[in-house]
Design a binder for this molecule. Structure first.
Ligand SMILES: Cc1cc2nc3c(=O)[nH]c(=O)nc-3n(C[C@H](O)[C@H](O)[C@H](O)COP(=O)(O)OP(=O)(O)OC[C@H]3O[C@@H](n4cnc5c(N)ncnc54)[C@H](O)[C@@H]3O)c2cc1C
Length: 390
């Protein structure tokens, strides 16, 4: 059996693993060996199923900063050719339908403006001007960030991996990790279909597969899987020139344009506590999974109240990806209880928009050993600290 050595192993080649490989490559000494091990192909997991929007209309300074930093990383990565990551600034609308939600929206917009986010507060008439197709009867107000939009998550992942590879990182696709090698209660490598890889540091970035991987090391983290279902409609009516990403904060119903006159419709469901059926992430490679009846009737109800013009639009296709959610809908970054095993997991509905910045913080931690505020905020121990205080 072949035995190879490295300094750092990354398990998983979605947006998180690939951006971590890139961030390590930017910072590492030339003789430090980093290997990314991917079970299938790059971005074939959740990343490839994402609607991949970046949304700066957040409620905390850290949530806004991580998006600002990630956006900068994407633009730097793409360099002079932003088309390489397919960034389309179609704008992002947050709509609200209750007085309480309107108050929160106003408070959030004040914070976003202080932090330099170009966001506008819109009353229903102004909203109608931007998006005449939207029924504004129940909507009390909206926030609009014209700079936000979506990117090509597949292209961005490949570009991160390509740039990492150019700087010496080894990218091994079709190489599933099957077991951990443990010595004196610390991880010292992994076993894969292509033999053993020995390394002092192993990082789990396996998205929805992360829990299965932790279980192989005898760990269980607060992670659950939620089906993220997308219906794609191809309306026969002429759509507006751009159809911004539009999210209703109360129902979490969202939609946005896709190239080819298609509209994607989904729901931002990240509730850790809701009862969920067991799912096997391996069933979610490829495009066979279809949105269930519950999602279809949810979308139908939402079209009736928000977008009646699309009620008769034929379904073009549909797919399902898996969000990996944590109790506070924020990721877990950094060390785990097993020495040598680190992670960047549980990105919920935010891996595309905050993943690159989180990977930069994690790379700094791996190479320097110093925990920044981000690592402290998103450390696994936050869940146990909270339990201890209860
Ligand atoms: C419908 C939907 C819409 C979304 N929309 C947005 C959005 O608008 N904006 C946003 O920011 N986020 C969004 N997200 C969330 C975002 O897509 C995820 O947070 C992100 O893609 C997670 O990336 P990842 O690298 O952690 O996981 P993945 O992309 O799943 O990557 C994990 C990788 O690990 C590999 N792997 C698994 N097991 C092994 C093993 N044993 N050995 C080696 N490799 C292994 C897998 O093959 C996979 O490639 C959405 C998600 C869904 C489902």
């Amino acid at each position: 059996m072949s035995i190879q050595t490295a300094d750092i192993l990354i398990i998983g080649g979605g947006i998180i693993g690939a951006s971590l490989a890139y961030q390590l490559a930017l910072r590492k000494p030339s003789d430090l060996k980093v290997v990314l091990l991917e079970k299938r192909g790059l971005a074939e997991g959740t990343t490839g199923k994402s609607v991949a929007t970046i949304d700066h209309q957040q409620s905390t300074p850290l949530d806004i900063e991580l998006r600002q930093q990630s956006r900068t990383i994407y633009l730097e990565l793409a360099g002079e050719f932003p088309a390489q990551i397919g960034y389309k600034p179609i704008g992002f609308l947050h709509t609200v339908t209750t007085p309480r939600a309107k108050e929160i929206l106003e408070r959030d917009i004040a914070l976003q403006e202080r932090m330099g986010v170009p966001v506008e507060f819109l009353n229903p008439e102004e909203l109608h001007e931007i998006l005449p197709i939207l029924r504004t009867r129940e909507i009390l107000a909206a926030g609009f960030c014209p700079k936000d939009g979506y990117l090509d998550p597949y292209g961005a992942t490949h570009l991160f991996a390509h740039q990492a590879q150019k700087r010496g990182v080894e990218i091994r696709t079709d190489t599933p990790v099957t077991e951990f090698l443990v010595d004196s209660e610390r991880v010292c490598g992994v076993r894969t279909s292509a033999g053993e890889f020995q390394a002092a540091i192993v990082v789990n970035t396996a998205g929805p597969w992360a829990q299965t991987i932790f279980q192989r090391a005898g760990l269980r983290l607060p992670l659950k899987l939620v089906r993220g279902e997308i219906l794609a409609l191809k309306p026969e009516i002429l759509l507006p020139h751009t159809l911004p990403m539009t999210l209703n904060r109360e129902t979490t119903f969202y939609f946005r344009e896709e190239t080819g006159g298609i509209v994607l419709l989904g729901r931002l469901d990240t509730d850790y506590n809701a009862p969920r059926p067991q799912v096997d992430p391996d069933d979610y490679y490829g495009w066979e999974q279809r949105p269930g009846d519950q999602h279809r009737s949810f979308v139908f109800r939402m079209l009736q109240s928000h977008l009646p013009a699309l009620l008769d639009a034929p379904v073009h296709k549909g797919w399902v990806g898996l969000r990996t959610v944590t109790p506070d809908a924020h990721p877990i970054l950094g060390p785990t209880p097993l020495a040598g095993l680190l992670c960047a997991v549980g990105f919920s509905g935010t891996g595309i928009q905050i993943g690159p910045a989180c990977s930069a913080y994690l790379a700094e931690y791996i190479l320097s050993g110093e925990k920044t505020e981000v690592l402290k905020t998103f450390g696994l121990d936050r869940f146990f600290r909270e339990q201890a205080q209860d």
